[in-house]
Design a protein. Structure first.
Length: 466
């Protein structure tokens, strides 16, 4: 079997997609051609100032019917053709379509006046589409055959070797036997065909190559991202080891294996132990997030969202009380619907939003975390009366490395896993997240922010009474 696929494109899915789409162009255009030819036969009889002979009418009708039949067969058959370079593939289908179409065009060309018919321009149009699909060597071969066949028909008609069919009433003067006209049209036709092939095929090949280069660059970026995540995991593991050792030694001292402790010293050691434990937990979070990005690690399990809320309450209540912030968790659902998802990742995402709220709310501020039910979703809103987000920046807030312009003014340092990761986690759960500022808790000088998370309920809900 003739190999039509360039070696650089055999494993290139975008290339196959383009070929399949252009094959569909051929099929749709062919249905249009059938309609055009049918209209031509009817219009020439009743509306136009020319008419076909009985032989011409029968020939055009048979050709039109043939086009409709083979086009319908191609339309059905294309669904069963696989994109495998070594087998019959969409490119072979393209070549077959072009051969069939040029055969039909030559018959139409002959029966509608030969060199006198305007239909010969369809050869150029068809060759342009073919140049977008087929490799250069094949399309140049097809183009050469078409030009030679075109010349063969017009010169055979000129020398009266084959009959010439005139369209009565279309032209006042017969041109098929004018040698200068025939040579001029043949020369211009051949020149136009090869220039069209050269330009179209060259541009198409260049675009394919550019697209392939972009895909290869994206693959290299993904590889670099994987290497970066591996490096992060390795470095963080190295940091975790001495921290774990320090935490263990602090616990040994606090358990008084080394003797009694002064009360003030013990209080400070307890604080140090708590902080070292927090650092270890933070490192564990970084490792898990890196693994999530590295291995697309996603553990789907049945969970109750209120358990996540309880963990968040215990985790953030102390920090909120330190700033005298009122942190409220409200469960306004009528039923307790279980979710399917990764409990760790969901906790991490929502915790990041609550942590940000605490960070960007002044002392004696207010934060509300609300759980509500919708028909198909569980909705979590995290609202505060903090510094807010400027309206023109709300569309960028989930982009990686983006920081709101008003953060620096408030002298807040960046921390946490970032809103881009929060969005990625929520979308991994087939949910959505949006932001609104000012929030429903807005005060005069503090517009506040409200994040809304929508998580889909399982298709088969397991609900218990509240």
């Amino acid at each position: 079997m003739i190999r039509l696929v360039p070696y650089w494109a055999s494993q290139y899915e975008a290339f196959w997609d383009a070929i399949r789409k252009r094959n569909m162009w051929f099929i749709k255009l062919r249905y249009g051609a059938v309609l055009m030819l049918t209209t031509l036969i009817l219009a020439s009889e009743f509306f136009l100032g020319f008419k076909f002979t009985e032989t011409q009418t029968i020939a055009i009708a048979v050709i039109t019917l043939s086009i409709l039949i083979y086009n319908s067969l191609l339309h059905v058959g294309k669904k069963h053709i696989k994109s495998i370079a070594e087998q019959f593939n969409p490119l072979h289908l393209s070549l077959i379509q072009i051969i069939l179409d040029f055969s039909s065009l030559f018959l139409l060309f002959h029966f509608t006046g030969g060199i006198e018919t305007p239909l010969y321009m369809l050869f150029v149009f068809h060759m342009i589409i073919g140049s977008l699909v087929l490799p250069g060597s094949i399309i140049y071969t097809v183009g050469t055959i078409v030009v030679l066949a075109f010349g063969g028909i017009v010169f055979l008609e000129y020398y009266h070797i084959i009959p010439h069919y005139t369209i009565q009433g279309f032209l006042n003067t017969q041109l098929y036997d004018d040698f200068n006209y025939v040579v001029s049209i043949f020369t211009i036709f051949g020149f136009t065909m090869f220039i069209s092939i050269y330009l179209t095929n060259g541009i198409a090949r260049q675009l394919y190559r550019m697209e392939q280069d972009l895909i290869e660059s994206l693959d290299r970026l993904n590889t670099a991202e994987i290497e970066k995540q591996k490096y992060i995991v390795g470095v963080v593991h190295e940091i975790k080891t001495p921290l774990t050792a320090v935490h263990s030694y602090l616990n040994l001292i606090l358990q008084k294996f080394l003797g009694p402790l002064d009360k003030k010293v013990e209080e400070r050691l307890i604080r140090a132990s708590v902080r070292s434990k927090e650092a270890i937990n933070l490192i564990n979070d970084v490792i898990k997030i890196s693994r999530f990005k590295l291995f697309d690690h996603f553990v789907k399990e049945e969970l109750q969202i209120e358990e996540v809320m309880n963990e968040l309450s215990n985790k953030h209540l102390v920090n909120a009380e330190t700033k005298k912030i009122k942190l409220v968790f409200n469960d306004n659902r009528k039923t307790h619907t279980k979710l399917m998802g990764d409990k760790f990742l969901l906790t991490l995402a929502i915790s990041n939003l609550v942590g940000n709220a605490i960070k960007y709310v002044d002392k004696k501020g207010l934060i509300e975390v609300n759980l509500t039910d919708e028909e198909k979703d569980i909705v979590i809103t995290i609202c505060d009366n903090g510094i807010g987000i400027p309206e023109h920046e709300q569309g960028k807030i989930f982009k990686e490395f983006f920081r709101s312009s008003n953060i620096s003014k408030e002298n807040h340092e960046g921390a946490g896993i970032g809103l881009s990761i929060v969005k990625e986690i929520i979308e991994k759960h087939e949910g959505s997240i949006s932001v609104e500022s000012p929030s429903m808790l807005a005060s005069k000088n503090r517009p506040g922010t409200c994040f809304k998370i929508q998580l889909p309920k399982p298709k088969i809900n397991q609900q218990t009474s509240k």
